[in-house]
Design a protein around this ligand. Structure first.
Ligand SMILES: [Ca+2]
Ligand SMILES: [Ca+2]
Ligand SMILES: [Ca+2]
Length: 331
């Protein structure tokens, strides 16, 4: 039977090491984008072919692979290993409108590659991994463990990405301490349970409004500027990671109030890690009496959304204005 006829342009191809290599490969999950590219994940055998890879060689014992095939099947757009020194198996994959692949699987590696991780360290035994690759396959956008002290597995697809940066995961856990949040069933049922998790890729950063001051007083009638520091942590170097031009700040976080960010670096909280300090136009931040929180939003240089929150005290405080005369508001 031919897979190519006058009406159907199709393909069928092997994907794996060249002949005479030892060990086997297998695919477990597949997705496709609007252009007809196919995205595949599974377990890579030794000598798995790589093209423009994020990880060009195996981390050790069996790794996962992620591969993108061109629409006609004749070419690998990219193909990369993904894994650490122990066993890593990719089981499910989905893709967003920009062509970024999101992969889920399970790993017993304690050195699985992580970045901007929700859970940077394995819970023990097998854990899930969830990872996002750049559209060209040569960068890990983010990657995290997800699991407790016993075994977590994902079988079959186990992943859905309805929109960029929002990932749903389903699988199986034997861990009574599986990490939960906003759980409809907070307690482990015993033996093994199913689980469902949603991951939002927005990176939460620590910020300090008016560094060195407390409380963080803001006078909305001021024509001045408000300084805000984006604080670094061991896994987030704010001066290097933040796209300075992207930063917005104010009562909702969407206010385009940016005046400037420091080119140099300063350690505002004295933890030895240089922080990023930016200044914002007070009128544009739109703070009002009664506001208790300032929100900063932006992106990392590789396009991940960031958000940070800190308390504010708006002066004059609520209740001390517009109390005379009993007149109603004009709006
Ligand atoms: Ca491995
Ligand atoms: Ca585990
Ligand atoms: Ca610091």
């Amino acid at each position: 039977m031919s897979l190519e006829t006058a009406h159907h342009r199709s393909y069928s191809t092997f994907l794996g090491p060249a002949a005479s290599s030892s060990g086997g490969s297998g695919a477990n999950g597949i997705a496709s984008d609007a252009d007809g590219n196919a995205y595949v994940t599974g377990n890579a055998g030794p000598d798995f072919p790589t093209v423009n890879p994020f990880q060009p060689s195996a981390g050790g014992l069996g790794d996962a692979f992620v591969a993108k095939l061109a629409p006609d099947g004749s070419r690998l757009v990219y193909s990369t290993y993904l894994g650490g020194s122990s066993s890593d198996i990719g089981t499910g994959i989905d893709v967003d409108a920009e062509g970024s692949a999101y992969v889920v699987g399970h790993t017993s590696s304690t050195d699985f590659p992580t970045r901007y991780a929700v859970q940077p360290v394995s819970g023990g035994g097998f854990d899930l991994f969830v990872a996002k690759l750049s559209p060209s396959g040569d960068a890990l956008v983010w990657s995290t463990y997800l699991g407790g002290s016993n075994a977590e597995f994902v079988f079959r697809k186990g992943i859905a990405v309805p929109v960029r940066g929002v990932v749903y995961i389903a699988g199986q856990t034997a861990s009574s301490n599986f990490p939960t949040a906003n759980a409809q069933q907070p307690a482990f049922g015993g033996s093994s349970d199913a689980f469902v998790a949603k991951i939002d890729e927005t990176v939460t950063v620590a910020i300090d409004i008016r560094p060195g001051e407390s409380p963080n007083s803001i006078n909305p009638n001021s024509q001045g500027k408000i300084s805000v520091a984006v604080l670094s942590s061991a896994s987030f170097a704010a001066p290097d990671a933040v796209d300075r031009a992207s930063v917005t700040f104010g009562r909702t976080g969407d206010e385009r109030s940016l005046e400037s960010c420091d080119a140099g670096v300063v350690d505002v909280d004295g933890d030895g890690l240089p922080d990023l300090v930016c200044r914002f136009s007070t009128p544009v931040t739109a703070f009002r009496p009664g506001d208790t929180e300032g929100i900063l939003k932006g992106r990392t240089l590789d396009g991940l959304p960031i958000v940070g929150r800190d308390s504010v005290t708006v002066v004059p405080a609520q209740g001390s204005v517009a109390t005379s005369g009993g007149s109603s508001s004009t709006r």
